[in-house]
Design a protein around this ligand. Sequence first.
Ligand code: FES
Ligand code: FES
Length: 219
Amino acid sequence: MSEHTRSRPAGEEISSSATAEASASGPNFSRRTFLKSVGVTPVVAAAIAPEAAEAQGAAIVGPDAAPLTLTINGQKKTVTVEPRTTLLDAMRQQLDLTGAKRVCDRGSCGACTVMIDKRTAYACSVLAVDVEGADIRTIEGLTQGTVLHPVQQAIFEKDGTMCGFCTPGFVMSTVALLEKTPNPTAAQAKKALDGNICRCGTYVRLLEAALSVKGGARG
Ligand code: FES
Ligand code: FES
């Protein structure tokens, strides 16, 4: 999977040292220095021509749609996608997995949050071809029959949803938090959820819900 899974991972911030370095560099601050400071090398920023990639033995995908197998909630799913197709589009348009919501479609709101190899990711900012073979989890995989996942149940009990567009994303970010940190502090929970935006302003109740189910990872 590429390094640019999401534009700003939930709970991850550009380090203050990188910011300080940028400030200290002043007018001499170069693109190379910037890339280095945020952990991106110029190599990955460069595009590789298709001819060069082919010469290196890399498989060329596209520009036409091609079949692709994704592993979502433990099940193999086949989609036919162009290289430009996002994971969100592949799921919503071809697999009828509409739990992840399209709101901003540009990696800033978190409504499309899923888990990829145990990390949260914005599905609108991930190419489907980049996650073939990865373990993708969506909100559809949480409910056991009619029994809600404890995080979903907690949000319901805390009345943490209004229009509901942000809710699946918050649920996935909370599940990811609790599986990694079963007993989070309020600060840890806030940080884990800071990549999700709720325009209805349910933050306090969503935070209460996240903290109310601490005490064990819920698979
Ligand atoms: S971050 Fe993907 S829809 Fe907003
Ligand atoms: S409940 Fe409406 S955006 Fe969060």
